[in-house]
Design a binder for this molecule. Structure first.
Ligand SMILES: Cc1cc2nc3c(=O)[nH]c(=O)nc-3n(C[C@H](O)[C@H](O)[C@H](O)COP(=O)(O)OP(=O)(O)OC[C@H]3O[C@@H](n4cnc5c(N)ncnc54)[C@H](O)[C@@H]3O)c2cc1C
Length: 409
């Protein structure tokens, strides 16, 4: 293969484009260029190598009434998108059984094993090794009762290449400078980390791609053909030897044009960000489990993320969620702007929470990499390495059979 068109410039598409271009394949990246549209812009920046358990589990189904937004939890549905949510939910439930869960866990454990290594490698390729900060992360509880419950569940859960340990009193006391009260307890994960700023990382990868001779076309792919032809939204046509579909939560429509059943949904998340902050850079990403809020210190400020809202990827945000998040930040006593930056975006989520990475059986000139759900930042660089192996007919570092889109029929 001499040329490829990568559709989608989120972290997955951008990382793959860089790898492909550096391997000598003339690569064109098609993305409309609205950076805030991508989940890769607004995420929590956490390199979550510990998350080897798919969210599709009976445990999460049992917990869902308590997790509902109606009772202050993170979980919600866009009722206007019921026609989309219902069939996806059916498939999700079918993925929750013990055998499907175990298959998903094995697949995630395999791909996450070297996810941190792949991050270091791509940051080095982009010439900016400091974009990756491997300082672990923390889950904390403000009350002893919640700590008792949460600690047990965390202790039993497999954590892939990450290691966990109880936080010391001195480590918990560090939060006294940024919270109204010190957490009652916490667990520190080692072998995980964060990026310095999700968009800065994406920009660095784009810059390295262009530097290596890659072409960026600011447009959207309206139609794709199995022969490598892409019709752009503006009407033009591009043609290459192959196509990579990496358009995040928008990949489903393009895959359906190629006849591939793709039950993909937008699992929407929200963030508030404040440039005004006293949160130190060396306090790692911290999950406040009781209130489902994650704080990440980026170069541009402090970001708080939350919520899992299933529905259409591009729908407007639900203002109640930003208001609730702002209240929770204030309740914790975290210094934050009174008018923070608001963002909503969609995780690309397949019913079994395993990404789709492969080469389309019915159209071998088409490669795909999407559906990374909660772990798209974590897995983008390793996904890029796997796509490169497929595109150059090398043996991928892990078995990609569980990642095939054909598993959905
Ligand atoms: C609140 C929140 C917090 C998160 N936190 C984390 C985290 O801490 N760690 C982690 O690993 N993951 C996290 N995630 C998940 C992660 O952000 C996503 O899995 C990841 O960004 C998906 O990357 P992507 O490149 O597949 O898609 P996206 O980043 O969504 O990019 C898709 C791109 O494709 C473009 N596109 C769409 N349609 C077309 C078309 N027809 N033609 C051309 N281009 C098109 C879009 O404009 C967009 O630029 C979080 C997500 C959310 C919402």
């Amino acid at each position: 293969m001499k040329s490829i068109i990568v559709i989608g410039g989120g972290l997955v598409g951008a990382s793959a484009a860089l790898r492909l271009q550096l391997a000598g394949i003339a690569t064109t990246l098609v993305d409309p260029g609205d950076v805030r549209r991508a989940a890769s812009f607004g995420n929590a920046g956490h390199i979550g190598t510990e998350q080897v358990s798919p969210w599709s589990s009976w445990e999460n189904v049992r917990r869902s009434p308590r997790s509902s937004f109606l009772v202050g939890g993170p979980l919600d549905f866009r009722w206007r998108d019921a026609a989309m949510v219902a069939p996806w939910t059916q498939r999700f439930l079918a993925s929750c059984g013990p055998a499907a869960f175990a298959r998903g866990q094995a697949a995630l454990a395999a791909i996450l094993t070297d996810a941190m290594g792949a991050w270091h490698r791509i940051a080095a390729l982009a010439g900016e090794p400091d974009l990756v900060i491997p300082h672990g992360h923390a889950t904390v509880w403000m009350s002893h009762e919640a700590a008792e419950r949460g600690r047990g569940a965390l202790g039993e859960a497999p954590a892939g290449p990450a290691k966990t340990r109880e936080m010391t009193r001195a480590e918990l006391d560090r939060y006294a400078s940024v919270l109204r009260a010190t957490p009652a307890a916490g667990v520190l994960f080692e072998g995980t980390g964060q990026v310095s700023e999700p968009q800065a990382v994406r920009d660095a990868i784009f810059a390295a791609f262009v530097n290596a001779g890659g072409e960026i076309v600011a447009d959207s792919a309206a139609h794709v053909s199995a022969d490598g032809r892409v019709t752009l939204g503006s009407g033009g046509v591009r043609k290459a030897d192959a196509i990579l579909i990496a358009a995040g939560a928008w990949s489903g429509e393009l895959m359906r044009q190629l006849g591939a059943a793709t039950p993909l949904i937008g699992e929407r998340g929200y963030h508030l960000q404040s440039a005004e902050t006293d949160w130190p850079f060396d306090l790692p990403t911290t999950v406040f489990e009781e209130t489902f809020v994650i704080f990440s210190r980026f170069t541009s400020g402090l970001r708080a993320t939350s919520f899992l809202e299933f529905g259409s990827p591009g729908a407007p945000g639900d203002a109640r969620k930003w208001r609730l998040l702002q209240r929770r930040i204030a309740d914790l006593g975290v210094r934050f702007s009174a008018t923070p930056e608001r963002w909503v975006g969609a995780r690309p989520t397949l019913p079994d929470y395993v990404p789709a990475i492969g080469r389309l059986a019915r159209a071998p000139n088409v490669f795909y990499a999407f559906g990374h759900a909660h772990l798209g930042l974590t897995m983008a660089p390793i996904t890029a390495e796997l796509v490169l192996a497929l595109a150059t007919e090398q043996t991928p570092s892990i078995d990609l059979a569980p990642f095939k889109i054909e598993r959905f029929g």
